[in-house]
Design a protein. Sequence first.
Length: 97
Amino acid sequence: MAMYVVLANFTDQGVRNVKDTVKRADSFRELAKASGATVKEIYWTLGQYDIVATVDAPDDMVVTALGLTLAKGGNVRTQTLRAFSPADMGKILGKVA
């Protein structure tokens, strides 16, 4: 499984319905599970992003479809980053010429 960091910002609709954000996070976990991914953590944050989540997914296509499905709900806009563990980075560095 690959690790991804999902950064999210509330849309105007998401802010209007902010009291449902924890319920929506639970729905996101279920959606991820149904697609073969696992939401490891979800945090509500201060600063540039409103929410940060970490997700394990089998590949880029699964996490991209998950992000697009989430975006269709209209409550958040996301940016997804591929993340590498120290072990992954060690393997990558082993290939650096």
